[in-house]
Design a protein around this ligand. Structure first.
Ligand code: PRP
Ligand code: URA
Length: 209
């Protein structure tokens, strides 16, 4: 069974509260999502591979550790997942970025794929899938399946807010994928929105409503 890591550091909770507030506009919403992504990135990359390098400090030679950033890929689920890429890229600037385009059909709530462009060597990389919202889990599960079809074995899912229903679905369909979230909310409403949630993340990031 995959693990659910709730990263509820006080600074993350504080920033998330501002994001949830309906009075918060797109500019601040985007900025806060980027900041939280960077902070969550510390935990998500906790076991990122390291290599040893020989360096010389002003005092002596030493064997030191260096991040194998070239072994990482960030894969946002479009559109809203894009809002989490910059923060992770600040941590690991050489990580490659793939894109998976999915939107939820408004009536059925089922995800529809419209785009997929991934690094050629994606199967050799540790992959961080980003999407602020884990609601029914349909979009995340489909994205994870697409990555596994391309041979990815080391995948983790980084979200901001999850519904218990979405967490349960990812755990059932992808028991090998750990989930990192800032909060697990109460439930889904009849429109499959997270309650209390923060509304439509894509629209709030891009100002489309
Ligand atoms: C939202 C969100 C997730 C998905 C979550 O995307 O960003 O991708 O819904 O819902 P699920 O867990 O029930 O699949 P949306 O389809 O609204 O597209 P957008 O990011 O382009 O706005
Ligand atoms: N997608 C969103 O953007 N928000 C929700 O609450 C559910 C799905």
């Amino acid at each position: 069974m995959s693990q659910v890591h709730v990263i509820d550091h006080p600074m993350i909770q504080h920033k998330l509260t501002i994001m949830r507030n309906k009075e918060t506009g797109s500019k601040d919403f985007r900025q806060l999502l980027e900041e939280i992504s960077l902070l969550m990135g510390y935990e998500v990359t906790r076991d990122i591979p390291l290599e040893e390098v020989e360096i010389e400090t002003p005092i002596c030679k030493m064997t030191a550790k260096r991040v194998l950033g070239r072994k990482l890929a960030i894969v946002p689920i479009l559109r809203a997942g894009m809002g989490m890429v910059e923060g992770l890229h600040t941590l690991v600037p050489v990580a490659k970025v793939g894109h998976i385009g999915l939107y939820r059909n408004e009536e059925t709530h089922e995800p529809v794929v419209y785009f997929c462009k991934l690094p050629e060597d994606i199967q050799d990389r540790m992959v961080i899938v980003t999407d602020p919202m884990l609601a029914t889990g349909g979009s995340s599960c489909d994205a994870l399946s697409m990555l596994k079809e391309r041979g990815c074995k080391n995948i983790r899912l980084m979200c901001l807010v999850a519904a218990p229903e979405g967490v349960a679905r990812v755990q059932k369909e992808h028991p090998d994928v750990d989930i990192f979230v800032a909060a697990v909310d109460d439930h889904l409403n009849e429109d499959a929105y997270i309650v209390p949630g923060l509304g439509d993340a894509g629209d709030r990031i891009f100002g489309t409503k």
